[in-house]
Design a protein around this ligand. Structure first.
Ligand code: ADP
Ligand code: TRP
Length: 373
């Protein structure tokens, strides 16, 4: 009997911040450790998804290795046979199955994906240097905004459009039923269930269908969905695409730079530390961060600090914890052995290819590309 598969991918587009760490990376690694007795856990880097929006291609290899190191520094075991860590593009079946499923996917259903709508707006709003350059060369010194708009639309690629099909293949190739993702990815998971169901109906049960989003939440027990807020503007989520780095703590920030960001975090004039995200979003965010750094429940940390009126002292306490956390984390990061990562990639990618090719072959047979015997 094969083990149930839990699978998730974390993109390697940018440096990760403490929101990514506490909200996605750490829970994924903890889940991997917890479930390996009864499950196979696939944690992969969706490198083919990396350039669905413009990136610096010269940096991609470094970024992929950097993210793999972050996983290891966060505690991902590399020596467990049931934990696979691999790069999507090293398993060519992902691309092959994508083409096949593209031909069974409606333009309409892709156009309705909210991430496509949001990200295409972002791409259009920030024409990259190439677009500006071409525009300068071809048109009136780059002043023609109409032309610039048209070229920017060209940057909204077919890759961004059918991103969810590739994501569906990432999941279906391994028969993964459990897929922990943030709310922003729920629609893609529903699409994965739709396309799998459609193929199963048309052909002979080729795919295992992942569980619906509510069942995923039951399994992973994450009703609350952590949201660390920007330190400078605590009404906004901490995000790598924030306009300024002032309110974002990256895992590679110098500890004293991070401490300064905390000391200048926006608070309020109530002079009373308490957890109240509506009235006191800044202070509440700092309490939440403190709880995560200490690995303590939020209500305990709140009880510890409640009523403190000197925000300077309160911030100093959070800043000190942050300094300790980053110092220890960065020491672990510096100790990560790249050769261990390369051999984990090699072992995992061989196994991933075997499993994925088996599914691909079944689909190729179903659609008539391979004979059935
Ligand atoms: P960003 O907004 O920084 O670009 P992504 O959209 O790439 O982040 O998210 C990667 C993962 O990190 C997702 O699973 C997301 O839920 C999680 N995440 C991102 N920002 C936060 C945050 N501020 N708090 C908690 N989790 C977050
Ligand atoms: N789309 C996910 C994101 O942007 C990353 C991803 C790619 C993924 N393929 C996946 C997540 C398969 C889960 C399963 O965060």
């Amino acid at each position: 009997m094969t083990k149930p598969v839990i699978l998730t991918g974390i993109r390697a587009n940018n440096d990760l911040h403490i929101g990514n760490y506490f909200g996605a990376m750490l829970p994924t690694i903890e889940m991997a450790k917890k479930h390996t007795d009864g499950c196979q856990v696939n944690l992969f880097i969706p490198d083919l998804h990396s350039f669905t929006t413009p990136i610096d291609h010269d940096n991609l290899q470094d970024q992929i290795m950097h993210n793999a190191r972050l996983f290891v520094a966060s505690g991902l075991p590399l020596d467990n046979d049931d934990i696979l860590i691999y790069r999507q593009s090293y398993v060519p079946a992902h691309s092959e199955l994508t083409w096949i499923l593209d031909c069974f996917t409606g333009m309409g259903e892709m156009s309705r994906m909210t991430q496509f709508k949001d990200k295409s707006k972002q791409v259009e709003a920030t024409p990259d240097e190439h677009v500006k350059e071409v525009s300068r060369e071809l048109f009136d010194g780059g002043k023609s905004t109409l032309m610039l708009d048209k070229l920017s639309q060209e940057r909204v690629t077919v890759g961004l459009f059918n991103y969810p099909v590739l994501m569906a293949c990432d999941i279906l190739l391994y028969g993964a039923q459990y897929v922990p993702v943030g709310d922003d990815q729920s629609q893609h998971l529903e699409f994965t269930r739709d396309i799998a169901g459609r193929m199963n109906k048309k052909f002979d049960n080729v795919f295992t269908v992942p569980y619906e989003v509510s069942k995923q939440h039951e399994f992973f027990g994450k009703g609350q969905g952590l949201r660390i807020m920007d330190l400078a503007d605590p009404t906004k989520k901490m995000s790598k695409s924030a306009d300024s780095d002032k309110g974002v703590i990256f895992l590679t920030d110098e500890p004293d730079v991070a401490a300064k960001k905390i000391m200048s975090a926006t608070t309020d004039d109530l002079a009373n530390v308490s957890y109240n995200p509506i009235e006191q979003p800044g202070v509440s965010n700092l309490l939440q961060i403190l709880a995560l750094l200490r690995g303590q429940p939020l209500d305990e940390v709140e009880a510890d600090c409640k009523g403190q009126s000197n925000y300077g002292e309160f911030k100093r306490m959070v800043a000190d914890e942050m300094t300790n956390f980053l110092t220890a984390f960065q020491a672990k990061l510096a100790d990560v052995d790249d050769t261990a990562i390369h051999s984990a990639f090699k072992r995992s990618e061989a196994r991933a290819n075997e499993q994925a090719n088996r599914t691909l072959h079944r689909v190729q047979q179903a659609v008539g590309l391979r004979s059935k015997d």
